[in-house]
Structures are given as structure tokens and as C-alpha cells.
Design a binder for this molecule. Structure first.
Ligand code: GDP
Length: 531
């Protein structure tokens, strides 16, 4: 058996997804507290306090810096080595946010109990479904007035199309939050908010459902409601089925309050028993076993260095098999070159540290002299294979971009192509015209500012940008589709990618539907082909 077995066996790598403000940061902090990785909650990331000044580069850099340092957190808990991948939100929302999910083995979805399913959760959820990874739901902020728990589950099932199975069940909410009932043990953990020196905590006791004192503890009406709910749940909710969980078809649901640290450790414990160590990954030669002796990894994110003096980049890779050792020689398969990965680093809470070794399941960042692209495979075996590529995710913002000085065509194309290769933006052209104009698509609007700034500062190209009124892009799945056959509609723009593949831009979802109605057999996709 491989020497790496023990290390890899204890790895768990998950992404945490939510809409901004649902409590992702707070929950992450509590996880880290349990892992002993930080001593004090509140130290995970410096929240952007002031409104984001888009014109101020330093601000962008700071913002990016924050998302880098907090993008992967590793901690140990209960004999497991856990990697949490943060999915940046707010203005930082970008294609990287989606790509991060490619590196995770499961996802934890945090939902605000008073808001239910929100826009960003919906978007990220779609990518989790694409990957069939297990999705765990933490319904947060039960210490505040919450929506009815049955309605919340209904909403998740209807809106996201996943079955749910509550593992625990809340009793009341807000000021009347009494605690949660564990459906497995039939125990109730009571909740009582206490304030200690400004920080919020909860005191709790464990009581069995059959315990005589329970009625008095909860009050008659809550007690009665609980018994009713249990009966309803046992009749109505999906039965727990590990197989379904592991395929991402059934989401185990937990209720709690991250801020008061209520239900967090219990969640973590269940999570660890319901997830596995890294699973084999698809490649051009079949599945690659994580316990394989040979090291292999793929690049899922490239971060440009914002410091003008250092035009280098950091490539983040997810290790898929074996062990990484600093100084080892590896093969960059796409580039066909052997090389040493330099300055390998890992991110622990706030600090980056140079590492000597890492295992399947871990994420490392390495110095990239400009050779890696998103999706590239790195191995140290003699087998040449490629990991399954990373899809291109639909941008939601589009702009027409022109360089102001027409003499600088070359720099402009070089710059915009390189920035697109890093994966921050996607570039397209008008379907029926040449290269004069470029249409840029971005998942987050901040990327336009980054593009403009970098073209000016790194490539000496001033540009003019005109935003376009489209929000949806679709790839055409039909092979060799002839755009001339398309029965078109108003509000539709035909474009092509730099390889000439046709794509469509729509102003709204209704026009997508209209177009599909008019063109029988046309197949559209929200995800681009593998990069
Ligand atoms: P993120 O944007 O998802 O990372 O959300 P944060 O963790 O930053 O939380 C957003 C706000 O909600 C902060 O003010 C938190 O203190 C608050 N919050 C987080 N969890 C809870 C909770 O369980 N109860 C209450 N009452 N507030 C919470």
C-alpha cells in the first residue's frame, strides 16, 4: 500500500457556497476554531468595509489580495485534514468563483433562514450539479426570525431541483428559537443565547425527546408543534440515502446559527462521516486514483500578480493523486515540458507559507512564469494523460472593446488574448465581421475595470468600452451548426469565439425560449466546451 495512504485517506476538500451575507465567513471561522487553526473568530478575512472604489487600482488589488489569502484554508479536525475552498462573492464574483467548484469534492451551501434561496447560491448550485458532487445545506441564522422550515425545504427542492433530507429540525426561531431536534438520536439540543464580552454564544443542553422535563423546557405549544413536525417529517421528507447524497441528488440539511456557534460542530461531525476522501478523477486514460503513487494535478485558477514590478502569476492547482514534494520534477503535459514547480505555497488562514509537501485533495499555488492555462495537467508519471477539462462558464456582462490608438493593434490583441487566457474574461467577435472589434464577456463587472487597467498599464493600450445590453450567452451544442439556418428573432446577437465557433447573446431568458420554439432541434448550453 502506498506510503501516502494515511495522508490522503484523511483529506476532505469542500467548497463553501452562498449568497453574500448568508454567513459563509462566520461559518468558516467557526470551523477553523474547532480545528484550532485560528484562536479567535473574526480573523478569517478583512471584510471590505467601504464601498468599492472601482477606479482605484489599489482597492482592486486589496480586494484580490483578500480573495487570494482566504481562497483556501486548511485545518485539522478529528483526524481529518480539511481544505475549505472559499467562493468569492460581492464584487469579486468572477469566473474563478465557478472554477473553484471544479477543485472541490463536495459543497456546503449556506442559506439565510429568513431569505431562502438567493441569486448567487442558485448560480453556484448549477455548477455543483454539473459535477454531481455531494451538496450539504446549512440553514443559518436560526437565532433570527426565520421562514417556516418546511417552506425552506420546499423552496430548495423546487428552485434548485434537489431532494432534501433534514438531519436536524429547528424548534422555533428568532427570540423564540428553542433549539434543534436530532432525527437520528431523538435528542433535542436546546438553545439559549448568551452574551459574553460582546461576542455572541449559545448555551445548550441535551434532552431526549421522551424526557419528562422537555415539555416544560420548550413550553407546551412548541412541544406540541415539535411532535407534529416530527410526524410530518417522517411521513413527508425524503429518506436518508447515502448513495443519493454522494451523487448530489439528495442534500442533507442542518439548521443552526453560525454566529452563536450553535449546531456548527454537530454539522462538521456529520459532514465528515457523510463525505469521503478524494475520489478518482476522469482523465483521457480513464479514472486517476488519488492513492496512485504518481503525483498529478490540474490548474483551476490563475492569479495575475498585480504588482507591476513582478509580472508573474500564481497558478493554483488541485492535486488529484499522489504526493507533491517541493523541488520535484514534473511534466506540464500541455506544454510538453519537464520542469520544477517553484515557490509552492499553501494558504493557512491569513498567511501564505511555502510548503514542502502536499497530498491528493490539497490545493497548492505555484509560481507561473506565464506557461500555464486553466485546466492544464501536471504529472510526474511517464503516462501522458490529460484531466477532463474545465468548462467555460457563461458571462453575464458584455462590452464592445476598441483600442483608441489604431497603431497599437498588436499590443491590444496580445494583451487582451493573454488576459483572456488567464481566464478573467472571455473574448468574442461579431459573427459576420473580422477582428476590428472585440466583444468581451465577464462573469463579474469588476473584470472590466481590471481589463482596462491592465491593458493600459501592462500593454500601453488605452481602450474604449461600450457596454452591450445582453445578459445571457448560449453555446450551440449541435455539431457543425450553420448559423444561416437560424430563424432569428429581435434582441439576439450572433457572435463567435476566437476559434470561430458560433454563440448567441440574449437580452433576457424569454428570448432564449422564443428562439428555441422557433428553431426545432436547436440545442443550447449554458456551459462552454471544456477548455
Ligand atoms: P458572508 O457574506 O456569507 O461571508 O456572511 P458573513 O459571515 O460575513 O455574515 C454576514 C452577517 O450576518 C454578519 O454581520 C454576521 O455577523 C451575521 N451572521 C452570520 N451568521 C449569523 C447567525 O447565525 N445569526 C445572526 N443573527 N447573524 C449572523
Amino acid at each position: 500500500m502506498s506510503n501516502n495512504y494515511e495522508q490522503i485517506k484523511k483529506r476532505r476538500t469542500f467548497a463553501i457556497i452562498s449568497h453574500p451575507d448568508a454567513g459563509k465567513t462566520t461559518l468558516t471561522e467557526k470551523f477553523l476554531l474547532y480545528g484550532g487553526a485560528i484562536n479567535q473568530a473574526g480573523s478569517v478575512k478583512g471584510k471590505a468595509t467601504s464601498k468599492h472604489a472601482v477606479s482605484d487600482w489599489m482597492e482592486i488589488e486589496k480586494q484580490r489580495g483578500i480573495s487570494v489569502t482566504s481562497s483556501v484554508l486548511q485545518f485539522n479536525y478529528d483526524d481529518c485534514c480539511i481544505n475549505i475552498l472559499d467562493t468569492p462573492g460581492h464584487q469579486d464574483f468572477s469566473e474563478d468563483t465557478y472554477r473553484t467548484l471544479m477543485a472541490a469534492d463536495s459543497a456546503v451551501m449556506v442559506i439565510d433562514a429568513s431569505k431562502g434561496v438567493e441569486a448567487q447560491t442558485r448560480k453556484l448550485f448549477k455548477v455543483c450539479v454539473l459535477r454531481n458532487i455531494p451538496i450539504f445545506t446549512f440553514i443559518n441564522k436560526m437565532d433570527r426570525d426565520a421562514n417556516d422550515p418546511f417552506d425552506l425545504l420546499d423552496e430548495i427542492e423546487k428552485e434548485l431541483g434537489i431532494k432534501t433530507c433534514p438531519i436536524n429540525w429547528p424548534i422555533g426561531s428568532g427570540k423564540e428559537f428553542k433549539g434543534v431536534y436530532d432525527r437520528n438520536t431523538n435528542h433535542i439540543t436546546t438553545f439559549k443565547a448568551i452574551s459574553t464580552g460582546g461576542s455572541k454564544e449559545a448555551a445548550s443542553t441535551e434532552v431526549d425527546l421522551k424526557d419528562d422535563s422537555l415539555k416544560a423546557m420548550l413550553g407546551e405549544s412548541f412541544h406540541e408543534k415539535l411532535l407534529e413536525d416530527i410526524e410530518l417529517l417522517d411521513g413527508a421528507s425524503a429518506e436518508f440515502d447515502m448513495e443519493e447524497v454522494s451523487k448530489g441528488k439528495l442534500s442533507p440539511v442542518f439548521f443552526g446559527s453560525a454566529l452563536t456557534n450553535f449546531g456548527v460542530e454537530n454539522f462538521l461531525q456529520h459532514f465528515l462521516t457523510m463525505t469521503t476522501s478524494p475520489l478518482p478523477r476522469n482523465s483521457s486514460v480513464g479514472k486517476i486514483d488519488p492513492f496512485d503513487e504518481d503525483f498529478s494535478a490540474f490548474v483551476f485558477k490563475i492569479q495575475a500578480n498585480m504588482n507591476k514590478a513582478h509580472r508573474d502569476r500564481i497558478a493554483f492547482m488541485r492535486i488529484c493523486s499522489g504526493k507533491f514534494e517541493a523541488g520535484m520534477e514534473v511534466l506540464h503535459v500541455q506544454g510538453g515540458k519537464k520542469m520544477k514547480l517553484s515557490q509552492p505555497q499553501q494558504l493557512m488562514a491569513q498567511e501564505r507559507k511555502i510548503i514542502d509537501e502536499a497530498y491528493a485533495g490539497d490545493i497548492i499555488g505555484v509560481f507561473d512564469p506565464g506557461i500555464f492555462s486553466i485546466g492544464d495537467t501536471i504529472t510526474n508519471s511517464n503516462k501522458k494523460f490529460l484531466f477532463e477539462g474545465i468548462p467555460t462558464f457563461a458571462p453575464e456582462h458584455f462590452a464592445r472593446v476598441r483600442q483608441i490608438d489604431t497603431m497599437k493593434r498588436k499590443q491590444f490583441m496580445k494583451g487582451i488574448t493573454q488576459i483572456a487566457q488567464e481566464g478573467a474574461i472571455q473574448i468574442f467577435q461579431e459573427f459576420n465581421s473580422g477582428m476590428e472589434e472585440i466583444i468581451v464577456g465577464a462573469v463579474g463587472v469588476l473584470q472590466f475595470d481590471v481589463l482596462k487597467y491592465r491593458l493600459e498599464n501592462e500593454y500601453g493600450c488605452d481602450i474604449r468600452m461600450e457596454s452591450l445590453p445582453y445578459e445571457h450567452i448560449r453555446w450551440i451544442e449541435n455539431e457543425n451548426y450553420d448559423m444561416n439556418d437560424l430563424k432569428t428573432i429581435s434582441d439576439l446577437k450572433k457572435i463567435k469565439d476566437m476559434k470561430g465557433n458560433p454563440l448567441l447573446l440574449f437580452a433576457n431568458v424569454w428570448s432564449i425560449k422564443t428562439l428555441l420554439d422557433r428553431n426545432e432541434g436547436l440545442k443550447l448550453s449554458e456551459f462552454g466546451k471544456n477548455m
